[in-house]
Write a protein that binds this ligand. Structure first.
Ligand SMILES: Cc1cc2nc3c(=O)[nH]c(=O)nc-3n(C[C@H](O)[C@H](O)[C@H](O)COP(=O)(O)OP(=O)(O)OC[C@H]3O[C@@H](n4cnc5c(N)ncnc54)[C@H](O)[C@@H]3O)c2cc1C
Length: 338
């Protein structure tokens, strides 16, 4: 394992894609799980913490801090793919789009996406509970994590598929969660305080509500979205979805007031789109000033106050055409991933 305490490394790792900046104690590149255990012990001795870092594309300073930044980009092995049961077991440094290139011949894909999917890693998506445009149908990363392995703050190992309940930390966290799950007044307090479960796209700290859902304790639900603060993840088992159908169409509703676009969004949702995106006039205006984006804006008529773009998928052009037309008589066009 390599560990660096020099200024060059520390400055290079003092920020991510966010506006935040803080010089870390050091930077480490572990090669084995045992290396991570050593780093955990060292962080405890120094009274500091580890900051697991994948691609560093976080925009809220998730991988910025005073502790030891632990770079896992080289942990990029796809360990197993089970086509029949539709899951893959990966190391946390596997890049999301690279996983999907490997999965394509199987007719499968890891469906949660981010705009950064060509560089962000499954470990980072796990940490942030990432999701993107198609969260309406695919949900977020949390909905796709079946199991994980990792290192806890005392250096002990865990595997959610074979939980060792005699491990003092695991025992403590499970008994806490069970205590909450079995107390109706706490359950109702949690339900009141947490966002509506029907929201497919949420990132709101520890998902205690989902970790104790229906009285069933699910440690993965707690760990996903915990931004590396509860455990250092070394392996992730994710569920896969069949590749989307070939026919795709987007409809672009042009709104003359921003308020109308919020209503148009609600109308779009009634027509079972796979994605709805809102783009306000300011973003459109800025995109017109960029040559590349101007070329991409061929479908925009005039300068609307907002655009609501709804996407529809189907097996045949006719089905999606009918769905898209039912949403509204707006400019529409077919899209093709290739
Ligand atoms: C232009 C742009 C567009 C974006 N669009 C989206 C979007 O559409 N949807 C979205 O959800 N996000 C988006 N993001 C944010 C970000 O790209 C995603 O959240 C991405 O999934 C982060 O992945 P990463 O590999 O860069 O993780 P990092 O930023 O390196 O880490 C993310 C979190 O995961 C933790 N982590 C990483 N590895 C581990 C590990 N092994 N064990 C435990 N914790 C770990 C980190 O500590 C950190 O808290 C966007 C960012 C940018 C800059």
């Amino acid at each position: 394992m390599k560990v660096y305490l020099d200024s060059l490394h520390k400055i290079a790792y003092s920020t991510d894609a966010s506006i935040y900046f803080e010089v870390p104690y050091g930077v480490a590149y572990p090669e084995t799980v045992a290396d991570i255990q050593v780093l955990m012990a060292e962080a405890r001795r120094l009274n500091t913490h580890l900051i697991p870092r994948a691609a560093g594309t976080s925009i809220a300073g998730q991988v910025v801090g005073s502790g030891i930044v632990v770079d896992i980009k080289k942990w990029n092995q796809i360990l197993e793919v089970n086509k029949e049961e539709k899951w893959a077991r990966v190391q946390p440094g596997v890049v999301r789009d690279e996983l999907n290139i490997t999965l394509k011949p199987y007719g499968l894909h890891f469906s949660p996406e981010t705009s950064t999917s060509n560089r962000c890693c499954i470990g980072g998506m796990f940490g942030n509970n990432s999701c993107g445009t198609h969260s309406l149908i695919y949900g977020s990363t949390r909905h796709h994590v079946l199991a994980c392995k990792g290192v806890l703050s005392d250096g002990s190992l865990f595997d959610t598929e074979h939980l060792d309940e005699s491990n003092p930390l695991i025992e403590r966290i499970l008994s806490q969660l069970k205590g909450w799950a079995n107390d109706p007044s706490i359950v109702s307090q949690i339900e009141d305080a947490y966002p509506d479960k029907t929201l497919r796209r949420r990132s709101c700290g520890y998902a205690i509500d989902e970790a104790i859902e229906g009285g069933k304790i699910d440690l993965c639900n707690l760990l996903v979205g915990s931004e590396g603060t509860l455990a250092f993840i070394t392996e992730i088992k994710v569920s896969l979805d069949p590749l989307p159908p070939s026919e795709k169409m987007v409809v672009c509703a042009h709104c003359d007031m921003l308020a109308k676009s919020f209503l148009a969004n609600l109308v779009a949702l009634k027509h079972n789109p796979v994605a709805v995106e809102l783009m306000d006039g300011k973003i459109l205006e800025l995109s017109f000033q960029n040559l590349e984006q101007k070329r991409n804006s061929f479908f925009v008529e005039g300068l609307p106050a907002a655009l609501v773009i709804a996407e529809f998928w189907g097996k045949t052009r006719d089905t999606i055409d009918a769905q898209a037309t039912a949403f509204g008589h707006c400019p529409k066009f077919c899209v093709n991933d290739n």
